[in-house]
Design a protein around this ligand. Structure first.
Ligand SMILES: Cc1ncc(COP(=O)(O)O)c(C=O)c1O
Length: 446
């Protein structure tokens, strides 16, 4: 076995350095190695040959969070990152303060506090049509973000493929690369972000281990219909493909759209990891409480990764989210209404400022068309250059459309003629952004 000689060599090197002769040189260029003196206190520091781990090579930092940093740097209105700039409901603050005061202050059971898991399972039955046992199927995580990466890490081996609908939420891509899986893209077709069934069928093969379904969808606001989910279910059943269902906007729906959880569709019950979180529903993105609901055999792996990655989500905030899950139906009605008003206000203003918009059916983002400013207009090279200009000069931050695309086989698909704006902001914040974009339109005409 090849490991034996390596072990012997190591032992010898340790012995040498222990006897005060010469320590084994660090790996790296010869010129950087230093001769160590017998007197350790006079030894010069050893040059460290550092390079980031190879698994980081295929992705860069989050464009959304980069835009947020640029917004802060330039004093711009931040319509890039999806978090509210208004206070959360007073009842939520009372729940969190009460949990700390009542001493929910130590590690919880790693899978999540039993009372919170019971509340999540109850809600999954009542709202999502999913039967879940709190002890076997529910894991509480640090947000949907951690639930998703736990799902990836616990089920995908290097070389496996995972299907993404593009445009897609930018976190999924690094999740795939971190576990050595290969992303495969299926494009949602404009103007209604529909699925091309032939393209979908082509994406599946014997290496396909998972497909990510985000409904309601960031960034398009698409709400997947039951009929679409049934088509996906047919392929998943055929190829034994898991579904990672990101349902974080499940309560933010407009114009009579209804949320269908993939796990409630026949054929997907035993294949689906249902992921959600308190972040968007309760406007508390900083609390970092989310969950994964999955068949017991998948839950075991998710819990294993979660335990060693974070131990548990913040205990007092788990207790507060347990209380939040008990809020009545009027809370959810008001929530959708609150965002629908903002959606209509932002779209009206963007269109007046010359940005035609797709009207979302769910979530709180708008994809605006900026073709007239980028494509052969001579004004801006692409969406990224335009977004940089808007944040630094116009003082409005949005996300370049290309960051939600990878193209795959079809190089004409890139998102470079789009910007994403979010509307989970105070009305005065949206009004300020729109007045700046209106002035930009004026300048742009000259
Ligand atoms: C689709 C989607 N999933 C997950 C998240 C992050 O969720 P969490 O705050 O629960 O980690 C976001 C945040 O914007 C999102 O848009």
């Amino acid at each position: 076995m090849p490991s034996k000689p390596v072990k012997k060599k190591k032992a010898k090197a340790v012995k040498k350095s222990g006897s005060g002769k010469r320590a084994a040189p660090p790996s790296g260029p010869k010129s950087k190695t230093k001769r160590l003196s017998k007197n350790a206190s006079r030894a010069e520091p050893v040059a460290v040959d550092f390079h980031p781990a190879l698994r980081l090579k295929d992705f860069s930092e989050s464009v959304i969070r980069e835009q947020t940093r640029l917004a802060a740097l330039h004093g711009a209105v931040n319509l890039a990152q999806g978090f509210p700039d208004f206070p959360c409901e007073p009842v939520l603050k009372e729940l969190a303060a009460g949990a700390v005061a009542h001493d929910f202050n130590q590690y919880s059971v790693t899978w999540g506090m039993p009372a919170l898991r019971a509340a999540i399972a109850k809600k999954a039955g009542a709202y999502n049509g999913i039967t879940a046992d709190p002890d076997r199927n529910v894991t509480v995580t640090c947000g949907a973000t951690e639930a998703m990466i736990c799902a990836f890490m616990s089920t995908l081996d290097p070389g496996k493929e995972v299907i993404f609908f593009q445009p897609f939420y930018e976190n999924y891509h690094p999740d795939a690369y971190l576990c050595g899986a290969k992303p495969v893209y299926v494009t949602l077709r404009e103007p209604d972000w529909s699925i091309d069934e032939k393209e979908l069928a082509r994406a599946f093969n014997r290496r396909t281990a998972a497909i990510v379904i985000n409904t309601p969808h960031n960034p398009t606001g698409k709400v997947f219909t039951r009929a679409e989910l049934e088509i996906i279910a047919k392929h998943c059943s055929r190829w034994g493909t898991l579904v990672f269902a990101d349902e974080i906007y499940e309560h933010i729906l407009y114009d009579g759209a209804t949320h269908v959880s993939p796990a409630s569709v026949p054929g997907l019950e035993d294949l689906t990891v249902t992921i959600s979180s308190a972040s968007k529903t309760y406007g508390i993105t900083g609390w970092r409480v989310g969950w994964a609901i999955a068949p017991a055999r998948i839950t075991e792996g998710i819990r294993k990764v979660h335990d060693f990655m974070t131990v548990c989500a913040a205990t007092p905030l788990q207790e507060a989210v347990r209380g939040a899950l008990g809020l009545g139906p009027e809370f959810y009605r008001d929530l959708a209404d609150h965002y629908r008003r903002r959606r209509d206000f932002l779209i009206g203003g963007l269109e007046a400022a010359g940005f035609p918009c797709h009207v979302p059916k769910g979530a709180y983002y708008v994809m605006a068309d900026v073709s007239h400013l980028v494509k052969g207009s001579g004004r801006f090279r692409d969406d990224t250059e335009l977004a940089r200009y808007l944040v630094s000069e116009v003082k409005v931050a949005a996300v370049p459309g290309a960051s939600f695309y990878r193209g795959g086989h079809d190089k004409t698909i890139s998102g470079t003629h789009k910007l994403r704006f979010c509307f989970c902001k105070k009305e005065e914040t949206l009004a300020l952004a729109l007045s700046r974009l209106g002035a930009f339109k004026g300048l742009n005409r000259k």
